[in-house]
Design a protein around this ligand. Structure first.
Ligand code: ZN
Ligand code: ZN
Length: 569
């Protein structure tokens, strides 16, 4: 007889107590514990109480309760129970115990406890059990320690698709997508075929690095495996193509989908918005509702960012104000972020500030930073300065972006002394600007560039190309925008620092290494500076090459001297 409710379980428990003896590990007892500990309709505390009442219970029963806690809302209890298991002369833990404990550590983001359990596996000689090792990889990755995961992974005698997938997904989650793709190359060489989870993680890696040709290869594998019909995979493909700059492919896939869910609609709207195709994003939003899909939080973020990118104040306000009354979705910080960006960019600084001051949740630094930069752009320098000092530096005293913004504000009005002070504070507090980094994929290999970097094997040719670019730009009437440079240098040095920004290095490499006429696709980790944006526009004209660059905020399609963003980003 199957147990389906907790009442049912309690009846069975009562029966067992009546008919006793209770200490024998009868199949009904195991069934009772399994249900109460693991089922959604069970009760883990009840299961725990039963375990306590059984003398000489087996490690299987202990593991069942530890496992129950590891998937419950109290994963910490799994660790406490394990301590009891060690102390009370209970059965020894086995290779099933550790994976559940490690899962608990992963959910608790508790790498220290995880490391202790890792140490215990050595004592019990289970450190080489593949089930334990896969759990260790997952635990360390989830605790943001991908290097520790990799150490475990490296020591494995037998790596299977689960180990590779944990490692690849861990790299993607920890923003090391280039490594994830490298590891996939190794997985292929070892002849291990990816499963659905691997493919999803890899599509995520391609999306974040802009690795289009690898993404296309994964797409072919998916078609071969006939997995295309699953909505999750479809959505990941739509997202990958959009983030790799190929919005046409996203649209095609989206139209081919047999059944669309809220996730695929949202991925499509988000893709269209990031490419500046805001009319289409809005149409998509309306069709979604017509087809009976209810938008969720993420859908609203996507559609509001479309409004922001397009500068549609009225449309944005309407959608934002409809969220709660029409859809029952309370606006979250990211929705406020889009609205503040929209209002601020339209020059409605007062309304943007009121929105921040009246919002029911505590505003975060991003909101204040958006407002402060808009004040700077609109020439309201004293307001920008006030907002940064009053709010931003308070919330995020260590964030370099705030100091950079403040320093740029001073530079833009020639307050060099003030600017120098900011630089000094940054130095004293050990705050550095995160290095700009650009990625470009050429023939299935991803190349990384950092500003002023010289460790690329083609570095000499790249810098030679940059000199040529610099000359050609000047004959086109380009003036470097030296105020974008933070460092205190003279103008000539500033010019060369600008010319060596990571996206310019990547573009130069693209020009020398890619087929004539092919599009140059670049992914940049930060927002592109105005100078690089201007230069990219001109390069697209001088060299007759389309350049598609994704920065932290959106896509820029540079063609024939202009950009799809309309210089609004
Ligand atoms: Zn730049
Ligand atoms: Zn642009």
């Amino acid at each position: 007889m199957d147990i389906t409710t907790i009442n049912h379980a309690m009846q069975l428990h009562a029966n067992l107590l009546k008919t006793g003896p209770f200490h024998t590990q009868t199949p009904s007892l195991i069934k009772l514990l399994t249900f109460t500990a693991l089922s959604h309709h069970g009760n883990i505390h009840y299961a725990h109480a039963i375990l306590t009442s059984i003398p000489n219970s087996t490690s299987h029963l202990w593991n069942t309760i530890i496992r129950g806690y590891s998937i419950s809302s109290e994963p910490k209890e799994a660790l406490l129970l394990f301590c009891k298991m060690l102390n009370q002369g209970s059965p020894s833990p086995d290779n099933y115990t550790y994976p559940f404990l490690l899962k608990s550590c992963a959910r608790l983001h508790a790498p220290e406890e995880g490391r202790q359990i890792h140490a215990v596996t050595f004592k019990t000689d289970l450190q080489s059990d593949p089930f334990v090792q896969n759990s260790l990889i997952y635990m360390y990755s989830n605790c943001k320690e991908p290097d520790a995961s990799h150490k475990v992974f490296d020591k494995m005698d037998h790596r299977d698709v689960v180990s590779y997938t944990s490692m690849i997904a861990g790299y993607v989650d920890n923003r090391r997508s280039v490594k994830a793709l490298d590891l996939y190359g190794k997985m292929e060489r070892e002849g291990i075929s990816p499963n659905e989870a691997t493919l999803l993680a890899l599509l995520g890696a391609c999306a974040s690095t802009g690795a289009l040709s690898i993404g296309q290869k994964i797409h072919r594998i998916i078609c071969r495996k006939n997995r295309g019909c699953e909505a999750k995979i479809f959505t990941a493909l739509i997202d990958m193509y959009a983030k790799c700059g190929c919005i046409r492919c996203s649209k095609k896939l989206f139209n081919e989908m047999p059944r669309r869910d809220v996730f695929s609609w949202t991925a499509m709207i988000e893709g269209l918005a990031s490419h500046g195709l805001c009319e289409e994003a809005l149409l998509c939003f309306h069709s979604m509702k017509e087809e009976g899909s209810e938008p969720d939080q993420l859908t609203f973020t996507a559609i509001l960012s479309a409004c922001r990118n397009a500068g549609w104040v009225e449309q944005g306000r309407q959608i934002f104000e409809s969220m709660l009354p029409e859809y029952g979705i309370k606006p979250e910080i990211q929705h406020y972020g889009c609205m503040v960006g929209l209002l601020a960019r339209a020059g409605l600084l007062q309304e943007a500030e009121e929105l921040i001051r009246n919002m029911p949740i505590k505003p975060d630094a991003i909101l204040w930073r958006t407002l402060a930069s808009a004040c700077k752009t609109n020439g309201n320098i004293s307001r920008a300065e006030f907002l940064i000092k009053q709010h931003l530096l308070e919330i995020e005293p260590k964030e370099s972006g705030n100091y950079v913004l403040l320093s740029n504000i001073y530079a833009s009005v020639g307050k060099w002394q003030e600017k120098a002070k900011v630089r000094k504070i940054m130095g004293n507090r050990g705050i550095g600007k995160p290095p700009g980094q650009s990625l470009i994929e050429v023939d299935g290999v991803i190349h990384e560039f950092v500003a002023g970097g010289s460790d690329h094997p083609e570095a000499q040719n790249i810098y030679r190309k940059l000199e040529e670019i610099g000359r050609k730009l000047r004959t086109e009437g380009y003036h470097p925008k030296v105020s974008e440079v933070l460092l205190d240098m003279d103008d000539e040095d500033k010019e060369s620092a600008l010319l060596h920004h990571s996206e310019k290095l990547a573009i130069a490499f693209g020009l020398i290494s890619m087929r004539k006429g092919s599009e140059i696709r670049i992914v940049k980790n930060l927002r592109s500076c105005e100078d690089c944006h201007n230069a990219a526009k001109l390069i697209s004209k001088i060299y007759q090459r389309e350049i598609i660059m994704r920065d932290r905020v959106r896509f820029h399609h540079f063609k024939d001297g202009s950009c799809s963003c309309g210089d609004n980003w």
